[in-house]
Design a protein around this ligand. Structure first.
Ligand code: C5P
Length: 274
């Protein structure tokens, strides 16, 4: 049996630069990963998927999970037989801007690569990833990176590994397509130069305004995070999950304790940058 972690991704910054004629948007985004997430296991056998964990119910209505699509695409690309008994232990909220489904698909591809003696940096894996979704290549890389194009063109960067992070989600699922559609079309400019933390601090998430209009609960999350002495508090991806970065783990835990006491129904994860 092969086990692969599927860490949550956060967009430290996400600049939307233009609408494209293919329905996607041209981005400059700073991807980072945290040390916690979902878990994918793979055992030999006919293709199947069992979902467990605290957010398993969020996927129960889903006919074609990205893990199964990844397995079929892998078999087609590498000429292997379609198969794999997959278990997905779901710890990340669904449709929440931290790449859960993309991370799961990337973890499935890594597990299949290991099972079939395919190198983890084989370009064919990245081609499959790109076809599965805009964030899947970044999740396959699993490293801090600048994402260009629709997010699939990646430049690896060194990030502030170990920095304390708090992730907070108010329990509202947000459609990525709907948030992109609601973007106002204004190009607010490129990513500045500098190291990853400087980029993050000087950057923006251009999807914050349209996501807040669609899911006003995000306002309350960002307010609470801003009140807790963070270095930075921002929405990730198309929301509704927001993150905060802290100078110390004590600052993170104090902020988490306050938010948990005030909003016991919100999902709140104390973690760190990978
Ligand atoms: O690539 P993925 O299927 O994850 O994207 C989901 C939706 O988000 C797309 O159908 C598109 O509406 C929107 N999107 C976009 N521009 C991007 C990435 C995603 O408009 N760069």
């Amino acid at each position: 049996m092969i086990t692969e972690r599927a860490p949550a991704k956060i967009n430290l910054a996400l600049h939307v630069r233009a609408r494209r004629s293919d329905g996607y948007h041209e981005l400059e985004t700073l991807f980072a990963f945290v040390t916690d997430g979902d878990m994918v296991t793979l055992a030999p056998g006919a293709l199947s998927l069992t979902v467990t964990g605290p957010f398993a119910a969020g996927l129960s209505g889903e006919g074609d999970n990205l893990v199964l699509r990844a397995a079929r695409a892998f078999a087609e690309r590498f000429g292997t037989s379609v198969g794999g008994v997959f278990t997905l232990d779901k710890h990340l909220p669904v449709a929440s801007g931290i790449g859960g489904g993309s991370a799961d698909a990337a973890a499935a591809l890594r597990a299949l690569a290991r099972a079939n003696d395919v190198a983890i940096d084989d370009p064919r894996l990245f081609e499959i990833a790109e076809a599965l979704g805009s964030d899947v290549p970044a999740c396959l890389l699993g490293h801090t990176a600048l994402g260009l194009g629709r997010g699939e063109r990646l430049e690896r960067l060194d990030g502030p590994s170990g920095m304390p992070v708090l992730l907070v989600n108010p329990g509202v699922a947000v459609s990525t397509a709907a948030v992109f559609k609601a973007w106002d079309g204004v190009d607010r400019g490129p990513m500045p130069d500098g190291d990853v933390l400087a980029l993050a601090l000087a950057g923006r998430n251009d999807l914050e305004a349209p996501a807040r209009a669609l899911a006003p609960a995000i306002d309350a999350v960002l307010e609470r995070l801003a009140a807790g002495n963070p270095l930075l508090a921002r929405m990730s991806g198309s929301g509704a999950t927001c993150f905060a970065l802290y100078a110390t783990a004590a600052d993170r835990s104090a902020a988490a304790a306050t938010i948990r006491a005030d909003q016991p129904d919100w999902w709140c994860l104390e973690t760190a940058l990978a």
